[in-house]
Design a protein around this ligand. Structure first.
Ligand code: PLP
Length: 232
């Protein structure tokens, strides 16, 4: 077996075990295979082993890959997004995870309206307050949702966070728990037409803890495709 196939088996086992510990059904968690920087051949290999949802963080790379892979797989935009690239996304991705400012939300609204679709989005929250990361401060999250909740071509499905890089996944549990509390609070306030149902949290180093804390989408790159080489 190749590495990608073995890795997918391993990740699947860990997801199942985390679901068991949390007494959650396996179907409540979707694995997003984060294929950024990796070649189409790697994506095809993951597809042949059952992966159906892929995450990318650059619009140009998404365009390249989706033009080559025309099978019925799902793509999510998980990376920081510039307004002038939004126009490519309607029809290409199922969800945009990285919405953290009004101008961007307005642009997504505009482009989605042009395509006559409703775009699923997540609000990105910088739970640990790291300077190096994008995202709303937790204290801004509720008012941000209020400011975009009436946009007709956006469906705010939930929240996303990128936790700090750490060797100790337990140290990120507080951030995952905090994100879920924010989601619950916004739902109690009935900010959105439908209750938000999506928590995108957990990466290779910490997705098991994230699932224990309620993640519905986990974004796993290195754990499936191996280390990324940015030099090439
Ligand atoms: C790269 C990336 C991931 C995957 O990271 P790994 O640690 O390789 O699993 C997840 N989420 C986002 C937003 C990313 O940019």
């Amino acid at each position: 077996m190749s590495n990608i196939t073995e890795n997918l088996d391993e990740v699947e086992k860990k997801i199942q075990a985390a679901c068991d510990r949390a007494k959650r059904p396996r179907e409540s968690v979707t694995l997003i295979a984060v294929s950024k920087t990796k070649p189409v051949s790697d994506i095809r290999e993951a597809m042949s082993h059952g992966a159906t949802v892929f995450g990318e963080n650059k619009v140009q790379e998404l365009r390249d890959k989706t033009s080559q892979i025309t099978e019925d797989v799902h793509w999510h935009m998980i990376g920081h997004l510039q307004n002038n690239k939004v126009k490519y996304l309607p029809g290409m991705v199922d969800m945009i995870h990285s919405v953290d400012n009004l101008k961007l939300a307005q642009e997504i609204e505009k482009q989605a309206a042009k395509h006559d679709i409703v775009m699923d989005i997540l609000c990105e929250v910088n739970m640990a307050g790291e300077d190096t990361k994008f995202g709303l401060a937790p204290s801004e999250c509720i008012s941000f949702i209020e400011s975009i909740k009436d946009f007709e071509h956006l469906r705010i499905r939930g929240l996303m966070t990128i936790a700090p890089y750490t060797e100790d996944p337990e140290s990120n549990r507080q951030y995952f728990r905090g994100l879920k509390e924010l989601l619950n609070k916004a739902n109690e306030m009935k900010l959105t037409k439908e209750p938000m149902d999506t928590l995108s949290m957990g990466m290779t180093g910490d997705y098991e803890v994230a699932i224990e804390e309620g993640a519905t989408l986990v974004r796993v790159g290195t754990g499936i495709f191996g280390e990324r080489n940015y030099a090439i």
